[in-house]
Design a protein around this ligand. Structure first.
Ligand code: COA
Length: 330
């Protein structure tokens, strides 16, 4: 094969999108990929990128996208790099092309001064990690020195069959007696809610909640079934104890496929956890999604915790995908 590694050309996007759909046809998320969604990732102005192809006489045999943030921000440090996507056409596998692409990408990232290269969730990636079913991909990265870091899961619940258990309805009444109420988010809650998140949860959540309490179409979110997500303040609940916020939950709609919804995040103030309040809020939110016409809810969470093992399954959520985050440190 007469092949070379070179920079991606602007007129090759259609072929690249086709390659994506050949390589990831069995993938659950992001398939089929459209040109628009692909370009959104490729051209994010906040990141440096190296987009390389394996080019042969008649086709593109592979692609890699490596990124690092241009500026330090609340979200990103400039000492981290990302392999946002790598794909090799089936006919070009086991010939050393994947390794060659990674080496080129790592050279680029090293020159940019990164100390750590991650494969997993970032604003440009197409998935929150490597699908655990792609064990060949995991072995490939291990061979190149990447280590397994964190496992996360995508879970899905069927809302058509969702029934709020009698026990939960009773629990909500009991909570009300104790002056704990769930109500829809109102505009005036904004500041108090954001302060609550800042105090009780991570910075990532603060940013996520901040963007989700405004009405905005966000396109490809990367971790949900929702490839066309509508954030909406009407999709937020707050949990109050004597008018003080002690918890919240939210979801987003898919503006193309109305039957799909993305759940989360949800959180309860630490000293109120483990008393059944979270379950009441979870069911209330899912019931609202169902009432709005959604048939399925999906979410993304850590795989190892009680959330994936005990909490979400109570509402019918089942793990549909497991993802492995990997990293290489210098
Ligand atoms: C997840 C969260 C919202 C659950 O709220 P909660 O009020 O603590 O949950 P509940 O008391 O209703 O518990 C529901 C079930 O979850 C499981 N569970 C809850 N906390 C648990 C814990 N610490 N360890 C093990 N299981 C637990 C139990 O199975 C429980 O049911 P049971 O009481 O019948 O056994 C809350 O723990 C929280 O805010 N955690 C931090 C934020 C977070 O992780 N959010 C989800 C991220 S994807």
């Amino acid at each position: 094969m007469n092949t070379q590694i070179r920079l991606l050309k602007a007129d090759e996007i259609d072929e690249l999108v086709n390659l994506f759909n050949v390589v990831f046809q069995k993938a659950y998320y992001g398939y089929p990929m459209s040109k628009e969604k692909f370009l959104q990732r490729l051209n994010n102005p906040n990141f440096y990128k190296r987009a390389l192809v394996i080019s042969s006489i008649d086709k593109i045999g592979g692609f890699i996208l490596a990124n690092t943030a241009k500026r330090k921000s609340k979200w990103y440090t400039t000492n981290k790099g990302y392999i946002s996507l790598i794909m090799i056409h089936p006919e070009f596998r086991r010939k050393g092309f994947g390794k060659a692409l990674i080496e080129e990408a790592l050279n680029f990232l090293k020159k940019k001064g990164v100390e750590k290269v991650q494969i997993g969730f970032n604003p440009l990636t197409f998935w929150p990690g490597i699908d655990l079913n792609w064990d060949k991909a995991i072995s490939f990265f291990k061979k190149l020195g990447f280590k397994e870091k964190r496992m996360s899961a995508s879970m899905v619940a069927n809302l058509e069959t969702l029934k709020v258990p009698e026990k939960i309805l009773e629990r909500e009444k009991k909570l009300n007696k104790n002056k704990i109420f769930i109500r829809p988010y109102l505009k005036n809650d904004r500041e108090v809610l954001l302060n609550f998140i800042k105090k009780n949860f991570t910075y990532g959540w603060y940013e996520e909640v901040k963007s989700k309490i405004q009405k905005v179409k966000v396109g490809f979110t990367g971790y949900g079934l929702n490839l066309n997500t509508l954030y909406n303040p009407k999709s937020v609940f707050v949990l109050l104890k004597e008018e003080k916020i002690i918890g919240f939950s939210m979801f987003s709609e898919n503006f193309e496929k109305k039957e799909l919804g993305h759940f989360g995040p949800i959180g309860i103030q630490k000293d109120f956890r483990g008393r059944g309040i979270g379950s009441a809020l979870l069911f209330k939110t899912l019931k609202e999604m169902k009432d709005r016409g959604m048939l399925k809810a999906d979410l993304w969470t850590d795989y190892g915790g009680y959330q994936a093992k005990r909490y979400y399954p109570k509402a019918g959520f089942k793990v549909v995908k497991k993802w492995m985050e990997m990293a290489l440190s210098y």
